[in-house]
Design a protein around this ligand. Structure first.
Ligand code: COA
Length: 566
């Protein structure tokens, strides 16, 4: 079938559906929801059999839903209506939630039901629930709905609140007043719930040092306490704020300014002028933690395997994070472990250099340069590891430089539902570094190198495995994935031919080095990056500005809008 996606952006859910439907031989074209005229034009040009809205913020024009079946993905259980579906589900501490595929009609979210899928809720950030449970359930539900549509016999179910299996209801949009934190009364769990329910977007509006800030990226602190509402500690990127019954960490803030567009920054950067008196309470990444606290890098060791976790918010890695991670990595290489597993974070493995912190810097070009060099130093340390075998374990998605960083490891495994974006070009024709010109051709054919880099399309773990980009993918569930990774890494460490494997790897590295030194790859890539950062063409700086400030799309790129290519 010809399927048109009408979507606010090509987000992780839209990407996953695009991959799954394309794999099932559907021809999928994408149009961003810009205005009704553009939508009409897209429908006219593509003449789809079916329209799917994976992530829409506006209603579909009546002239379109009357003529075409339009399936809308609503992140709520049957009967749930209105925006802020997930926000309310978290605020109300729902134990089970779901997604529903509805047919667009005159009433928002009240159309006939084509499919639905429920899942148990986790106490987690909205953005994390969206990227895991919602994407997974939505994929199943949408594939079911598409199959039902194709059957041409299925009758979707009208929404009927009298039915005993309809538990949802209409919700008003959630407001900041509903999210408001009372630091003198709310306990830590309640505050965490409020911040989790707003994570990703829009954050909880609060006041710090007399200024309005949106709060994001919160986690529990089990040891510190102080005067409720005051900042009692700082660590790496985060600040710790006391509550009536303990404390919590806040990793990211967005300054609310009425006259100027702002964006999320690490709390420590956003508040830098105010934190001189706040004590730094460092964390030892090698120390086994008792109790919950904020850590963005930590290490665990078991049965001669070392697991290095780097859970950076949104997978973005700034200069200091890359340097810290490299230092810790190098310390591990000097230890007795035989295998090092690079775990990344639970939601993202890595999305490359930190575009927000670059945007914020006094000279974004200089900061881009520092950041990419710090990433390269990290990649180089992994590539040249000669005492251990290394494994990249992709629990979450990876994009741009993050994907290429993972290729620095000897073995790459991904969770089944991971999506990879192994390309840089969408960021204003960025050339990219992280030794990708060495690492990518080691794994995939010449023609696939070209198609991955040029087409700018996402691929899933299965496709990545089939191309040879990664070694294997398994387990949808994060826990299952972690177990399988543990087994795989431990068997690698115990292999009778471990020394031979290590020798083979170092020998291959020597051969590669003789053929073309790593430094030459780096120099060539950085010459191109220098043009991106300091050259006459400002495309990278413009694209980064648009990305960081979330400027709405004014057109759909041709590589997504097939119907506009002719
Ligand atoms: N730097 C800073 N923030 C980043 C980031 C980066 N490199 N990559 C992603 N993010 C942020 C997004 O702004 C978004 O922020 P939000 O929490 O305010 O919504 C969040 O991470 C999630 O990203 P989103 O784009 O919504 O996720 P996605 O799964 O739909 O798309 C990517 C994933 C990787 C395709 C997309 O985020 C992307 O293109 N990132 C930029 C990658 C890049 O060019 N890196 C620099 C070159 S190495």
């Amino acid at each position: 079938m010809k399927i048109l996606f009408l979507t606010h952006s090509f987000n992780s859910l839209a990407q996953r559906l695009f991959i799954e439907l394309t794999r099932r031989d559907h021809e999928v074209s994408i149009e961003f929801d810009i205005n009704d005229a553009v939508t009409h034009q897209a429908v006219e040009l593509f003449q789809p059999d079916l329209i799917i809205a994976p992530f829409l913020k506006r209603a579909i024009p009546e002239t379109i839903w009357r003529q075409y079946t339009c399936l809308i993905l609503h992140p709520g259980i049957i009967g749930d209506r209105g925006p802020s579906a997930l926000d309310w589900a978290i605020m109300h501490n729902q134990q089970e939630w779901g997604v529903t595929v509805l047919q667009a009609n005159a009433d928002m979210d009240a159309g006939d039901i084509w499919a639905t899928e429920n899942f148990p809720m986790r106490f987690a950030r909205k953005s994390s629930l969206y990227r895991h449970e919602v994407v997974e359930a939505a994929t199943h539900a949408m594939l079911t709905a598409v199959t039902r549509f194709q059957s041409a016999t299925f009758q979707p179910m009208p929404l009927d609140y009298a039915r005993s299996d309809v538990h949802g209801r209409l919700h008003a949009p959630i407001r900041q007043i509903d999210r408001c934190i009372d630091w003198q009364h709310d306990n830590t769990l309640l505050i965490l719930r409020k911040i989790h329910a707003a994570d990703g977007f829009p954050g909880v509006l609060d006041t710090l040092f007399g200024e309005p800030y949106y709060l994001f990226d919160a986690c529990m602190e089990e040891h510190l306490s102080g005067q409720p509402g005051t900042l009692i500690a700082k660590r790496n990127h985060a600040v710790c704020r006391a509550t009536v019954d303990g404390a919590l960490w806040i990793g990211h803030l967005k300054h609310k300014q009425d006259t100027q567009s702002t964006f999320k920054l690490a709390a420590i950067l956003a508040l830098q002028d105010h934190l001189a008196e706040v004590p730094e309470i460092p964390d030892d990444p090698f120390c086994k933690q008792s109790g919950m606290t904020y850590r963005d890098i930590w290490f665990e060791e078991k049965n001669e395997v070392g697991y290095l976790h780097f859970d950076f918010y949104n997978g973005a890695m700034d200069t200091t994070q890359c340097k810290r991670l490299r230092d810790i990595y190098l310390t591990i290489t000097r230890s007795a472990v035989r295998v090092i597993v690079l775990m990344g974070g639970a939601d993202f493995w890595s999305n490359g250099i930190h575009l927000n912190h670059i945007e914020q810097a006094a000279s974004p070009a200089d900061e881009s340069w520092r950041n990419i060099n710090a990433m390269n130093d990290l990649a180089q340390a992994i590539i040249t590891t000669d005492r251990q075998l290394t494994v990249a374990a992709l629990q979450g998605n990876a994009g741009a430089g993050g994907v290429f960083l993972s290729l620095a490891a000897d073995y790459i495994y991904a969770r089944d539902s991971v999506i990879l974006n192994p390309h840089y070009k969408s960021m204003g024709n960025l050339y990219g570094s992280e030794y990708w010109t060495y690492l990518l051709p080691r794994r995939v054919s010449k023609s696939h190198v070209q198609s991955l880099i040029q087409n700018r399309l996402p691929i899933d773990a299965t496709d990545a495995r089939n191309l040879g980009l990664i070694d294997e993918c398994f387990a949808v569930n994060s826990e299952e994935f972690a177990n399988k990774i543990r087994q795989t890494a431990e068997s690698l460490a115990k292999r009778p031919d471990f020394s031979a494997l290590l020798q083979q790897k170092t020998h291959q590295r020597e051969l590669d080095e003789r053929l073309k030194p790593l430094q030459s790859y780096r120099d060539e890539e950085l010459r191109q990056m220098q043009l991106n950062f300091y050259g006459f063409d400002p495309s990278y700086h413009v694209a980064r500005y648009h990305f960081v400030h979330k400027i709405p799309h004014s057109w759909t790129p041709r590589y997504l809008a097939k119907h506009r290519r002719l």
